[in-house]
Design a protein. Structure first.
Lengths: 117, 116
């Protein structure tokens, strides 16, 4: 079984500042993938960034980076230079490699980020 | 790449009625997923297709729910005898079959169902 925990229901950040959204996970799979998605009020789930469990370096995609600490089972999303358009719900998700979990993503409960002008 | 398309965007129905939603995945993707998302929660997995074969179903998918993907392209999700607890956003996603854990799912805009 896989479980994703996001302990911050809501976060506020000042425009142009950096913000870290927390994610911890639990799995028995030997290898797995971790994903972050953004969901604006329009409802679409937008893929942001991916981290493989055996990747040596933390993933980065533009202003997004993933602070991956495997021993602590955490995969925090860091957004640098926040913009007003970053205000949205953010979900952490994982996907395993064993037959029962390999095909689906398991999501956390999300963090609502509000960027203040 | 036209993305994943879902219709309708919104559906309001009375309790006890049947509803059907449609999903058109990205054309080269042969994996298709249905998720349900209630307010303030993350998406929950409902079912998964590889081509036309339905390979996995969550226990969330009661007998009133049925999903099909007859030709391995578009998919439909039908809810019979709707209940107020069925009110949610229904999300469809697709992905290619190559790669496993590292393949992100590409989501549509969802269908928001309200059962009155």
């Amino acid at each position: 079984a896989q479980k994703i925990t996001q302990t911050q229901p809501g976060m506020f950040v000042q425009e142009k500042e950096a913000v870290t959204l927390d994610c911890t996970y639990d799995t028995s799979d030997p290898s797995y993938g971790l994903f972050w998605y953004k969901q604006p009020s329009s409802g679409e789930m937008i893929f942001l960034i991916y981290q493989g469990s055996y990747d040596q370096q933390n993933a980065t995609e533009g202003r997004y980076s993933l602070n991956f600490q495997k021993a602590r089972k955490s995969a925090n999303l860091v957004i640098s230079a926040s913009q007003l358009g970053d205000s949205a719900m953010y979900f952490c998700a994982m996907r395993g490699t064993t037959s029962g979990s390999a095909r689906q993503l398991t999501f956390g409960s999300g963090t609502q980020l509000t960027v203040l002008p | 790449d036209t993305g994943v398309s879902q219709n309708p965007r919104h559906k309001i129905t009375k309790r006890g009625q049947n509803v059907t939603f449609r999903c058109d995945p990205i054309s080269e993707h042969n994996r298709l997923y249905w998720y349900r998302q209630t307010l303030g929660q993350g998406p929950e997995f409902l079912t998964y297709f590889q081509n036309e074969a339905q390979l996995e179903k969550s226990r969330l998918l009661s007998d009133r729910f049925s999903a099909e993907r007859p030709k391995g392209s578009f998919s439909t999700l039908e809810i019979q005898r709707t209940e107020q607890g069925d009110s949610a956003m229904y999300l469809c996603a697709s992905s290619p079959s190559t790669g496993t854990a590292n393949s992100p799912l590409h989501f549509g805009n969802g269908t928001r169902l309200t059962v009155t």
